[in-house]
Structures are given as C-alpha cells and as structure tokens.
Design a protein around this ligand. Structure first.
Ligand SMILES: [Cu+2]
Length: 322
C-alpha cells in the first residue's frame, strides 16, 4: 500500500527531477527504497505440510486454528489419504489402538467368511466410536502426487488416519503391540492463523443422494473446488460422504474404482488402487464446507466417494478437461 504522504513524496521527487536534472538522482532512489517498507503483507493461507512416507504420516504436532491448508505429499509407493478425526473428549491417540485392532479382526473375519467372528469383532468397538467426529482432510492420493485440502479447524485435538490396506492389513493397524499404525495426533491451538478462505473456481454440493455441480467450471491447470456438505450420513460401514478425484483412463476405470471403494471386500481399499487418484476432501459434518486443489491436465476424470457402491448411490460424477 502506498499512503497519501508517500504519493506526495513521489510527486516532490518528480518535481525535483524536472527542476534540477542529474542532482535529483539520489532522492529518487531513496523514494523507491521506501516503497516496500509501507507495504502491508496480504494474509496468505496457513499451509501445513504432511507427508506420507511408507505407512506413516510426517507433520507438525501443533498448528494454529482457523482456515488450514493441508499440503499432502505422497512420498511412498502406496496410495494413501489423510482423514481428520475429531475424537471425543478424553480419547487419546493410544485409545485408538483397540479400535484399530477390532477393525482388523472384523476384516480378517470378513475375508474368512465367518459372520459370527465379524459380529464378535464389531462387539469390541469402543462405545465412543458413535461420538467420533470428522473434520475433512486430503482425499486419496496415488504415489508421487501432492494434494491440497483446506478446512476450518477449531482449537482442539485431532487424529489423522489412513485406512488403506496392504496385503489385507489396514495401514491404521498397529504393526506390533505398543506401536501405532498410520495415525498422527494434531493439536490445534487457540492462536488464530488469520488465514483467508480460499477462492474456488467450482462449487460442488454433496447430499446423501450424491454430487451436484452448483456453479463454476473446471479448467486445464490448477482448480480449487469448494465442497458444500449439505447432508452427511453414517453408513453401516462406518463411512460417510466425501469426494475424491480419479482418472478415467478407459471404459473399465469407473467399474474398477466403484468396486474398490468398499473396504469390507477383500480387494476394497487394497493397495495398489485400480485407478489413479489425485486427491479430494474427506467427510465434513452437514452444513460445513471445505476446499481441495487439484491440477488437471486435459483428459477424463470423475468425482467419486468412498462409500459402498458409489455409482449406484449417485456418488460418481464423470467430467472432462479440454
Ligand atoms: Cu495409507
């Protein structure tokens, strides 16, 4: 910003230049030097870098509150995502381990076709699972990609998790007793970052019946998509509405991705994924909105949700970029 006084100063320098020729050189240089000092920095996004390395997250333990942009880099050779859980009060990261073990037990029983054992495993889920909240987070990201998702975070304690499977084992499953799987605790402090809300070129609405484009258009290059969660649901598979971007390479891509989206099947959410994923935004409560940024080259893509049978449920929306 240039203040009124500064403009007057510059005018005086110009007059000096006109009147005195070469001698005015020094004041002009000084005026140019002064200009940056009065510039007010425009508030930028609060960027938090999270990396997926192997089956672990790497990132800060503590961040400021408000609009938060997660830059999620996948430096591993597996597909991952970063769901942000909001644990009920008093539930620590360590308390997640019994839940993760129960999920794995249920999965093993499903693979064995043992319904009784599945029910026994579900019976081991801690009661607080019903009170577990969600706060978005970056969607499915294939190896080598960098994704970006922006959500508003209130001060509190959060847990990032990735429950993709490798050889039938959820990444969240503790590899050994006393160890943690692909989970990471994140404390959001009372300090406000003051970061502005991103500007989107497309608004996508999510209801319990699927996706609908509200306004805007997708373009060749960077796209920031605002996702309005008009409705949210708790499905029997413990998942809810979200959105991810997949590449549509051929006529089979959507069918293959559709089958992959149910974690309860042996091939569901198993690495490698049958299609490439470029990111997205995980579950937010009804009435909230978040953003994700994705670089799109000309080609065919689809928005798809991680819900059982997304295509039949309205959660596959193909699109093309010219
Ligand atoms: Cu993972």
């Amino acid at each position: 910003m240039i203040s009124k006084g500064n403009i007057l100063g510059l005018a005086a320098v110009t007059l000096l230049l006109v009147g005195c020729g070469q001698e005015a050189k020094t004041p002009q240089v000084q005026a140019e030097k002064q200009t940056p000092a009065v510039e007010t920095p425009t508030p930028g996004p609060n960027v938090v870098e999270i990396w997926a390395k192997g089956k672990t997250f790497e990132g800060p333990a503590e961040i400021a509150s408000g609009w938060t942009t997660f830059k999620f880099g996948n430096a591993s050779d597996m597909i991952h995502f970063a769901m942000i859980d909001v644990p009920p009060a008093g539930i620590t990261l360590e308390a997640f381990n019994p839940l993760m073990l129960a999920f794995q037990e249920a999965m093993d029983a499903m693979n064995a076709g043992d319904e009784e054992a599945v029910n026994a495993a579900f019976g081991k889920f801690p009661e607080w699972i019903g009170d577990l909240g969600r706060a978005g987070g970056p969607g499915f990201l294939s190896p080598g990609y960098i994704g970006q998702a922006t959500v508003y975070l209130e001060p509190g304690n959060y847990v990032l998790e990735c429950y993709v499977k490798s050889d039938g084992i959820f990444h969240t499953t503790p590899p050994a007793e006393g160890q943690l799987g692909m989970v990471m605790e994140l404390t959001v402090t009372a300090e406000a970052s003051g970061a502005p809300e991103p500007e989107a070129n497309l608004i996508l609405a999510v209801t319990n019946s699927g996706f609908e484009i509200i306004s805007g258009a997708l373009q060749n290059g960077l796209n920031t998509i605002r996702v309005d969660f008009l409705e949210q649901q708790a499905l029997p598979s413990f998942v809810g509405n979200d959105v991810h971007v997949m590449k549509v390479e051929n006529a089979q891509s959507i069918e293959l991705a559709d089958a992959w989206m149910d974690w309860r099947t042996p091939g569901g959410l198993e690495d490698p994924s049958p299609v490439e994923f470029l990111g997205g935004l995980n579950d937010l409560p009804a009435g909230q909105h978040g953003y994700f940024t994705v670089k799109l080259e000309p080609g065919d893509y689809a928005f798809i949700a991680e819900v059982p049978g997304p295509q039949a449920a309205g959660f596959v929306l193909p699109f093309s970029v010219d």
